[in-house]
Design a binder for this molecule. Structure first.
Ligand code: NAP
Length: 242
């Protein structure tokens, strides 16, 4: 059976993606770092809609934890493989660069960029063997335009865009696509401390986006209909930056 793995699937955009992929018929592996209660709620939401979901906790920045969790999963699922991987886990640690601490730089890079590398490298083998796969990386407007106060986050997401384009070319002949989705402001825990009323004045559509709107795009990129799209960065930002 083909599974979908969503890193950071417990909350926000990741939760909406889990629901969308389950609606499309994928059994979903919900990864998270700490928040088991939120992950269980996502699992229940998937199951209430008639889908299947398993929790798969690990810290995406910890190569040992990732390999242990994925090996144990594979031992329990000898006939199955992950055909859809959504590298969605990410964190913000915003501050002006002059004040940025080593940990703030390292933690943000490790979560978005190392997380992509370790998880994808492990799962690539199965996709290549089955000559089938969809890899979708959650980047950001910040990685395209650069945003002040986010030198760490912009660097992580821009690097992930480069990795998306390079990997897409490496494995296109194996029928595996690799794309990036670049949201603007989406209403989740990550943006709840922002001043939505003043920020939305800059957004042509006039509001923050919803996680379900991002999930619909990810669902399309995970579908057979997107087979000829690879190495792309698709913005979803209400016209904020084109
Ligand atoms: P969120 O609501 O803060 O949720 C973050 C998710 O990532 C949670 O499920 C969290 O797990 C997980 N996570 C964080 N660190 C992790 C780690 N080391 N290992 C495993 N999981 C980890 O964030 P969101 O707004 O949904 O953002 C999702 C993605 O979209 C991120 O990559 C973010 O950079 C990107 N993005 C968001 C926006 C936006 O406006 N919201 C805009 C552009 C891009 P726990 O529940 O266990 O903490």
């Amino acid at each position: 059976m083909e599974y979908a793995l969503v890193t950071g699937g417990s909350r926000g955009i990741g939760r909406a993606i889990c629901l969308r992929l389950a609606e499309m018929g994928f059994p979903v592996l919900i990864n998270y770092a700490h928040n088991e209660a939120a992950a269980l709620e996502t699992q229940k939401m998937v199951e209430d809609k008639g889908g299947k979901a398993e929790l798969l906790p690990f810290d995406v920045s910890d190569v040992g934890a990732i390999e242990k969790a994925l090996e144990q999963w594979q031992d329990r699922h000898t006939e199955d493989f992950v055909s859809v991987l959504v590298n969605n886990a990410g964190i913000r640690q915003d501050t002006m660069m002059i004040f940025m601490q080593n940990e703030q730089w390292n933690d943000v890079l490790k979560t978005s960029l190392d997380g992509f590398f370790y998880v994808t490298r492990y799962l690539l083998k199965g996709m290549i063997m089955h000559r089938k796969g969809r890899i979708i990386n959650m980047v950001s407007l910040s990685g395209i335009k650069g945003l002040p106060g986010q030198v760490n986050y912009s660097a992580a997401k821009a690097a992930l865009i480069g990795a998306t384009k390079a990997l897409a070319q490496e494995i296109a002949s194996r029928k595996i696509t690799v794309n990036a989705v670049a949201p603007g402001f989406i209403a989740t825990d990550m943006t709840k401390d922002l001043d939505e009323d003043s920020l939305k004045k800059m957004i042509p559509v006039g509001r923050f986006g919803q996680p379900e709107e991002v999930a619909a795009l990810v669902g399309f990129l995970a579908s057979p209909q997107s087979a000829y799209i690879t190495g792309e960065v698709i913005s979803i930002n209400g016209g904020l930056y084109t």
